[in-house]
Every structure is written in structure tokens, then in C-alpha cells.
Design a protein around this ligand. Structure first.
Ligand code: 2AM
Length: 176
């Protein structure tokens, strides 16, 4: 049987920003609000691919290599809670066009290569807490971090010994 891996394209957060986010999260949420996403796992998904064969992953990597999209900055200045999937997230009030175009391009290539894409509109976000199915008191003050996206990456999601770990397989630069 061919190998398959659970993959997604995403923007990573620089280590310094990861640290700021988890410090702020620890100060602003209660343990019962949900399970904190590990600092190294913080990311903004551009396109979720699901379980993908190595052959198909190779095709999508080649496509990613040919993408010529501009770099962009976005403000992480929005916060929300989706009780159904149980996610507390950090987002942006004004998504840059370059972010929307990059996600749309990756999602359409994914769909054309047989990766089912959600019919829900793309809502760029960084998941902060999981298992947050009960009401959560969100902090009144929303942080104002800036994320400078200079590249995008392909990640593999692995579940091992009760933990989810995202491993970066490859990154591609965005045009300066
Ligand atoms: P989430 O953070 O909102 O849960 C790895 O699982 C990444 O892919 C996560 O960022 C997750 O989004 C996203 N993801 C998982 N399943 C998905 C799906 N069926 N459709 C879209 N995105 C998904």
C-alpha cells in the first residue's frame, strides 16, 4: 500500500512571536478553557491537504516551487472562539490580499489534485487552545502582534505518544 501522510500548507510563527503569544495566553486564559497548543505548533494554515500519498505530495511540492507570490505582513489583532470545533484562535481583522491570494492558490491546486477542501470560507487564524467546547471569557484587550510572512511551508501532522507534532517538510520563499 502506498505511504500517506497528513499534510498542510501553513505560515510559521517566528520563535520570538511564539514566546510572546504563549506568555500572553498563560496570563489570559484559565486551564479549564482548553488545551494550549504547544509553542512550536503555532501556525496559520493556508491549505489543509488531509492524508496525501507521497506521489501526490511530490506533485504539490513541485507546484509550490513554481508559486511566485509576494511577501506580506499581517496584524494578529483579532481573537475568537469556535465552540463546535473547540478552538480559541488569534486572527486578523484585515487579511492582506496577498495572504488571501496565496491561500486561494494553494487551496485550488489542492482541490485539483484531489484533496478535499472545506466549503467554509477561508478564515485565517492561529489556533491557541483546543478542546474549548465550553464558553470562554475572551480577554477584552486584543493583542496587536505583527506577523511578517516571508515564506510558506509544507507541514506534516504526526500523532505520537498522545501528542500532535507538526514537522516542517519544506519551505518556499515569498517574493520580497
Ligand atoms: P485548526 O487549527 O482550525 O484546527 C493541522 O491540523 C491544521 O490543519 C490545523 O491548523 C487545522 O485547523 C487545519 N485543519 C485540520 N483539519 C482541517 C479540515 N478538515 N479543513 C481545514 N483545515 C483543517
Amino acid at each position: 500500500m502506498p505511504e500517506s501522510r497528513r499534510l498542510f500548507f501553513a505560515l510559521s510563527l517566528p520563535t520570538a512571536l511564539q514566546k510572546q503569544v504563549i506568555r500572553w495566553r498563560a496570563d489570559n486564559f484559565e486551564p479549564e478553557d482548553g488545551r494550549p497548543v504547544a509553542a512550536a505548533n503555532l501556525h496559520l494554515t493556508l491549505a489543509f491537504l488531509g492524508d496525501v500519498s507521497d506521489q501526490k505530495a511530490g506533485v504539490l511540492r513541485e507546484i509550490a516551487t513554481r508559486i511566485q507570490s509576494p511577501a506580506f505582513s499581517l496584524r494578529l489583532d483579532d481573537l475568537g472562539h469556535w465552540p463546535r470545533p473547540g478552538v480559541v484562535w488569534l486572527g486578523t481583522r484585515r487579511a492582506p490580499l496577498a495572504l488571501l491570494q496565496l491561500a486561494s492558490l494553494l487551496r485550488s491546486h489542492a482541490a485539483r489534485n484531489g484533496c478535499h477542501q472545506s466549503t467554509l470560507p477561508f478564515h485565517p487564524h492561529v489556533s491557541l487552545l483546543r478542546g474549548a467546547t465550553r464558553p470562554v471569557a475572551l480577554p477584552a484587550a486584543t493583542p496587536q502582534w505583527q506577523l511578517d510572512a516571508t515564506d510558506f511551508s509544507l507541514y506534516e501532522s504526526r500523532f505520537h505518544q498522545g501528542r500532535t507534532r507538526y514537522q516542517c517538510l519544506q519551505s518556499w520563499p515569498l517574493l520580497a
